[in-house]
Design a protein around this ligand. Structure first.
Ligand SMILES: Cc1cc2nc3c(=O)[nH]c(=O)nc-3n(C[C@H](O)[C@H](O)[C@H](O)COP(=O)(O)O)c2cc1C
Length: 192
């Protein structure tokens, strides 16, 4: 029985944290539109367990629209100081609203106001307009009770494949590919 790749991911992530790598949870998220045109940006990994990899975003954004039309996505994390890369591919699903609410409550009030005042990925006439909108919500919700807008959501990438890459001398890097099968995960080595 090969190693559980999610357990391996946790170990590598903990190692990156212990190495004090800035933002070890920053990951490149690739999506594609209906026509297959790819786009990539960084998001923050907020949870990783046996079910998958969770991030939060504005569902009206470019990535949100692309995931609605084509829920397949890919992630990559790279931790230079420990010479490791992880790549993940799979389908995204919605995180249940109750879990999104719980995470929303942990965000700084200022960030919650920002989510209310920005239509992520839409055109902005001038930065001043964004700040004016933010102040409007700041006045409207003076306390901690800033409501979560329904478009601010969580996505879980449920992996079909996970690749672990380890830096080795002479560019003879190690690559291990885990593929989900009906009977669990299969493991193969790949040439560097
Ligand atoms: C390190 C880093 C972390 C980020 N984390 C998030 C995130 O967790 N969620 C998010 O919506 N945008 C995040 N962003 C902003 C995105 O990269 C991107 O600008 C935004 O989500 C709009 O992307 P889109 O137009 O492709 O949808 C982050 C940016 C950086 C540089």
């Amino acid at each position: 029985m090969p190693t559980d790749p999610l357990a391996r991911f946790r170990r590598w992530f903990d190692e990156a944290r212990r190495a004090r790598i800035p933002l070890p949870e920053a990951m490149a998220l690739a999506t594609a539109d209906r026509a297959g045109h790819p786009s990539v940006r960084f998001v923050l990994l907020k949870q990783a367990d046996g079910r998958g990899f969770v991030f939060f975003t504005d569902a009206r954004s470019r990535k949100g629209r692309e995931l609605r039309d084509n829920p397949r996505a890919s992630l990559a994390l790279y931790w230079h100081a420990i010479g490791k890369q992880v790549r993940v591919e799979g389908r995204t699903e919605d995180v249940p609203a109750a879990d999104v609410d719980r995470y929303w409550q942990t965000r700084p009030r200022e960030s919650r106001l920002a989510a209310l005042s920005s239509t992520q990925s839409a055109r902005l006439s001038a930065r001043a307009a964004l700040l004016t909108g933010w102040r409007k919500f700041d006045r409207r919700y003076p306390g901690e009770g800033v409501p979560r807008p329904p478009y601010w959501r969580g996505f879980r990438l449920v992996p079909d494949t996970i690749e672990f890459w380890r830096h080795r001398d002479h560019r003879l890097h190690e690559r291990e590919l885990f593929v989900r099968t009906r009977r669990g995960w299969s493991r193969t080595l790949l040439q560097p």
